[in-house]
Design a protein around this ligand. Structure first.
Ligand SMILES: Nc1ncnc2c1ncn2[C@@H]1O[C@H](COP(=O)(O)OP(=O)(O)OP(=O)(O)O)[C@@H](O)[C@H]1O
Length: 326
């Protein structure tokens, strides 16, 4: 019984994946390249190899080491804003749903320690993520998007007392989780430029960042500060989004601009950061989020803006522009 004759017992498709085989005193140790196989298939092949080799005369034990390719880490897109309440969580969730509709495998991390809202928007509030091998397993949602939120880990209000490093560490656990086949991970950051942002820049460099603002001057100044932070971390800014821009009165149709309009596009011109689009201030955007049905999952006219921005984001990902090259 030699190594080559043992290997020859295996079907060709498996034999060609044998990277090493050693026989010592009846004990066979075999290294098999299992890259590209789903976990179920992998364990099926492992048992088949053990059985076939184990039947050879003189073999007392078969050990199989399956070399698997490490799951590729998802591409991270950070969604930030200078200040709170400008619609960062709404944009993150709706972009996730719009990208999913385009066929992408998407996950969402809600790193907003102080006001986690993704469990409400994705209707998986109250679910507790399990841990496997000391990492969290994201919580599924019926929208086909897995989510991990500070809101899944702590009771509402509890995280408010957290300071700096604790919030940063919690965010790191949410990102460094079992994301499986997720290819795009959108991170809903807390507003501002605090510890969570700094931890993210130091531990997980996002492929790009989207910054959302309302058209008001004050929000814009803060948005610029958020942009500077990403710049300093050499994270490319994919673009700016103007939210709550233009309100169409549901009864008369007249459009008014409670927060002004066009300010973000003007800021984009002034800073050379691309402008990704404008989202109207619309009641159905808020009610659908509150009801756990992000509007981008529908074909409603107000969902259009999210689909268009998701399209631009996907185009950027196909052809990313490095930081500072705008
Ligand atoms: N375009 C919009 N039209 C109507 N309501 C909106 C729109 N965008 C956001 N909202 C509503 O405004 C509120 C704040 O939005 P959201 O929670 O997305 O902001 P945020 O920037 O993530 O806030 P926070 O900093 O508190 O996390 C929510 O009730 C949301 O449903």
């Amino acid at each position: 019984m030699d190594e080559q004759s043992l290997k020859a017992r295996l079907p060709d498709s498996i034999a060609e994946r044998v990277r090493n085989i050693v026989v010592k005193e009846g004990r066979v140790t075999l290294v098999l390249d299992a890259s590209g196989f789903e976990p179920d298939r992998r364990s099926g092949i492992e048992s088949a190899v053990k059985e076939i080799i184990g039947e050879a005369d003189g073999v007392t034990e078969v050990r199989v080491a399956m070399m698997a390719d490490k799951p590729a880490a998802p591409t991270i897109i950070a969604v930030g804003s200078g200040k709170g309440g400008v619609g960062k969580s709404t944009l993150t969730a709706n972009l996730a749903v719009a990208l999913k509709r385009m066929g992408k495998k998407v996950g969402v991390v809600d790193a907003d320690v102080y006001g986690p809202s993704q469990p409400t928007i994705f209707d998986n509030k109250g679910a507790k993520p399990e841990a496997r091998d000391e990492k969290l397993v994201p919580v599924p949602s019926r929208h086909g998007i897995s989510v991990l939120s500070m809101g899944h880990l702590v009771e509402p209000g509890q995280a408010l007392a957290w300071r700096g490093p604790m919030a940063g560490n919690a965010m790191a656990q949410l990102v460094d989780a079992h994301w499986g086949d997720v290819e795009l991970l959108l991170i809903d950051l807390p507003p501002g430029t605090g510890d969570v942002q700094l931890t993210m820049l130091s531990k997980f460099k996002p492929a790009g960042a989207v910054i959302v603002s309302t058209p008001q001057d004050l929000a814009l100044i803060d948005a610029q500060r958020a942009a500077n932070l990403f710049d300093s971390g050499k994270v490319p800014i994919i673009g700016l989004v103007e939210n709550m821009s233009g309100y169409a009165c549901p009864s008369c149709g007249e459009v008014s601009n409670p927060f002004g309009t066009g300010g973000v596009e003007a800021a984009s011109d002034a800073t050379d950061i691309p402008f990704l689009g404008r989202i109207p201030l619309a009641i159905d955007i808020r009610t659908s989020s509150d009801a756990g049905e992000p509007l981008a999952g529908s074909d409603s006219p107000d969902a259009e803006a999210f689909h268009a921005i998701a399209g631009k984001l996907a185009a950027w990902l196909d052809n990313p522009v490095p930081a500072g090259a705008n």
